[in-house]
Design a protein around this ligand. Structure first.
Ligand code: EPU
Length: 360
């Protein structure tokens, strides 16, 4: 087994103070490449770092912004909060049960590298979630999902430090209250959520045995038909997902973006019928509860936004759901473009699109 060490507190062994930086540019720390400056940024490599920060009179009581890979964030201004950059590392198999492998991952690990690592170790199950940008710690925050699978489907538990008390708590899936691109960590304290109140340090995933492919998504069915492979293995699915994503989604290393900018809206069956009456081609998927999920990309495309720009922020040419930085965009330009799209979709379809990334 290929295991990298995780940072563990040992009684009696002094733990280095977390690195604190001031007036640090965040441009390279957000996948949109938006300009913003952190007045105070602390790099957190373990739970003890968090507790030391909380004990620090300059940082302890200040509001906190937890930053992972910065792939689901829009900086519309400089954050006033103390930025906690999560760099907790470590990957290990913690249990091998007849029905599942349980792996534990540091929150600062790269999500995609972890997907590739588990496959390489012979523990498949994450292949549909390949190439999603960002870190392991950010994955439960918005319950990442793609090609018929969500993080919640593979989740066992996580450890998080309470940013008020400094205590480490372990949360199971129920406590995380996962929803579509949503969890308790995205919700504000006023709604009973933990946004800004808690820092995820470690995530445990459950990879079911025997492995079963998840192939219901249209793009994957198409690949099966094209290649004549009716029973692809996990490695093949991984490669298909990487190829599909590369064809549709911009690589943040080349074009700044935060993946899908809006959630796919969910409407009642009645409202969907009404829209189909006017726009028969609308892409829609039935939900288990009878409601309908609409493809936001289709709605935005139908309003003529694909390839358009407002200032230096634009709508990606190959997928209207993705907003991009055409070079030197500000967060304010991205927000202006997003509002204009929301207004035109509302004007034509009567649907309010909700942003997927967190807007600071
Ligand atoms: N469509 C258009 N025009 C467009 C874009 C899409 O007509 O410009 C149509 C497509 O033809 C397709 C439908 O809309 O019939 C849905 O598009 P797609 O299959 O690309 O998926 P999506 O709904 O746009 C969602 C997730 C993605 C995830 C894919 C694959 C959300 C908000 N987005 O996109 O997640 O990778 O499904 O599972 O749920 C992300 O969250 O950042 C993300 C990329």
């Amino acid at each position: 087994m290929n295991t990298t060490g995780s940072s563990i507190e040992r009684p009696g062994v002094p733990v280095a103070t977390p690195t604190i930086e001031h007036d640090l540019s965040l441009r390279d720390l957000n996948s949109f490449g938006l300009p913003a400056v952190a007045r105070t940024l602390a790099r957190v490599t373990n739970e003890a770092d968090v507790r030391r920060l909380l004990a620090d009179p300059r940082c302890g009581a200040a509001p906190k912004l937890v930053l992972g890979g910065g792939s689901n964030l829009v900086f519309s201004r400089d954050p006033q909060a103390v930025v906690l950059k999560v760099e907790v590392m470590g990957r290990r198999l913690v249990a091998e049960r007849p029905e599942a492998w349980i792996v534990e991952l540091g929150a600062g690990e790269s999500w995609h590298e972890v997907v590739a690592w588990t496959l390489g170790q012979g523990w498949p199950g994450l292949e549909n979630l390949a190439l999603i940008p960002g870190t392991v710690g950010a994955a439960p925050v918005q319950n990442i999902g793609a090609y018929g699978l969500e993080l919640a489907d593979r989740f066992e538990s996580l450890d998080a430090v309470d940013l008020v008390t400094g205590r480490t708590v372990t949360l199971d899936a129920r406590a995380c209250a996962f929803g579509y691109r949503d969890s308790i960590f995205k919700r504000d304290a006023r709604e009973g959520g933990l946004a800004g109140k808690s820092l995820i340090t470690r995530v445990r995933l459950r990879l079911p045995r025997p492995w079963q492919p998840v192939l219901g998504y249209l793009d994957l069915e198409r690949r099966m038909a094209e290649t004549g492979q009716a029973a692809p293995d996990a490695r093949t699915i991984f490669e298909w997902v990487c190829a599909i994503r590369r064809a549709k989604l911009p690589d943040p290393a080349q074009i700044g973006n935060a993946g899908s900018f809006f959630k796919n809206p969910i409407v009642s069956a009645e409202q969907c019928r009404d829209i189909i009456g006017r726009d028969p081609e609308i892409v829609h998927y039935p939900m288990p509860d009878g409601r309908m999920k609409l493809a936001a990309g289709w709605l935005i495309d139908a309003c003529g936004w694909k390839g358009k720009s407002v200032g230096r922020a634009g709508v990606y040419e190959r997928q209207a759901l993705v907003l991009v930085n055409r070079g030197g965009a500000t967060g304010a330009e991205v927000v202006t473009l997003a509002r204009a799209i929301q207004e035109s979709v509302y004007g034509r379809f009567g649907i309010r699109l909700e942003p997927e990334p967190v807007i600071v």
